[in-house]
Design a protein around this ligand. Structure first.
Ligand SMILES: O=C(CO)[C@H](O)[C@H](O)COP(=O)(O)O
Length: 272
């Protein structure tokens, strides 16, 4: 196993050890390559999971749950009022405030639904994902868009300062735009590195500097473009603050685990 895979595994083991609830009833399972190690770590606990329901974030996630012999319940089959005990998921980049970029695997819409429905979102990643600000190494924001609106959304993104946003295409033999589990397209929209909201200094007339966006404002602005289903920025209040505001757990992780090249695991916790 190469060193990045080992980082993913050690982060997953630490995250599951610290956050998998003793009598878990509902557990969200994200998408991507790191989440495979989370499911492996849950299995390694050797606890009775027969009463636990695992909520997938898409096709790959559901197959992962089923092939591990666990019970999958799709998001749209959740009984009314159910709040997930915890949701584990990966990320493409995580900043100092635990804001995340997600959607590298094109599952951001269901991933956001699932983490919002969980008391706690626990992020699991390798060392490459740990950066002070979003869009440092990961250069574009994944945005899920209705196919009919895609060219209009591309134009609107350019007006917001995105340099050369593109429609993601299939990487396998089938030519054409990649389709998400919802049958939508993904636009990858590059922007300059994003600031934290606290770093935004308005111009003297009170407006935003043309080349500077903070995580929160850009996410909300993109979400308002007609045709956008969801934006791959996971930000805002989290944990108890989100619960107090009625948004259950919020979009942002309460803790993020990063496997490091030296075999250690860095744990970062949200500050409330
Ligand atoms: O958001 C995601 C999929 O839409 C993934 O969580 C993200 O892309 C990280 O993937 P990986 O664990 O393979 O690095």
């Amino acid at each position: 196993m190469d060193s990045v895979e080992l980082e993913k595994r050690s982060a997953a083991e630490a995250a599951v050890k610290n956050h998998y609830p003793a009598n878990a009833k509902w557990v969200g399972i994200g998408s991507g390559t790191t989440i495979v190690f989370v499911v492996e770590a849950i299995k390694k606990l050797e606890i009775d999971t027969s009463l636990t329901k695992f909520v997938p974030t898409g096709y790959q996630s559901k197959q992962l749950i089923l092939s591990a012999g666990l019970t999958a319940v799709e998001f749209d089959s959740l009984p009314e009022g159910v709040v997930l005990d915890v949701a584990f998921d990966g990320a493409d980049e995580v900043d100092d405030n635990l804001n995340c970029i997600k959607g590298g695997g094109a599952c951001l819409f269901q991933e956001k639904l699932v983490v919002l429905q969980a008391k706690e979102f626990i992020c699991v990643a390798d060392s490459r994902k740990l950066k002070p600000r979003l869009l440092t190494a990961w250069k574009a924001i994944p945005i899920e868009v209705a196919p009919i609106a895609v060219y209009r959304v591309l134009r609107e993104l350019k007006k917001l300062g995105s340099i050369d946003p593109t429609i993601r295409t299939n990487t396998i033999a089938k030519a054409g735009p990649l389709k998400t589990d919802q049958g939508f397209f993904i636009i990858d929209a590059p922007f300059p590195p994003l600031r934290l909201p606290s770093e935004m200094i308005p111009l003297t007339d009170g407006t935003r500097p043309a080349d500077a966006w903070d995580v929160e404002t850009l996410s909300k602005t993109i979400k308002e473009i007609p045709g956008v289903l969801e934006v791959g920025i996971f930000s805002g209040v989290t944990g108890p603050q989100a619960q107090a505001a009625g948004g259950i757990g919020g979009q942002k992780p309460v803790a993020a685990y990063f496997g490091m090249p030296d075999g250690t695991v860095v744990e970062k916790k949200a500050v409330y």
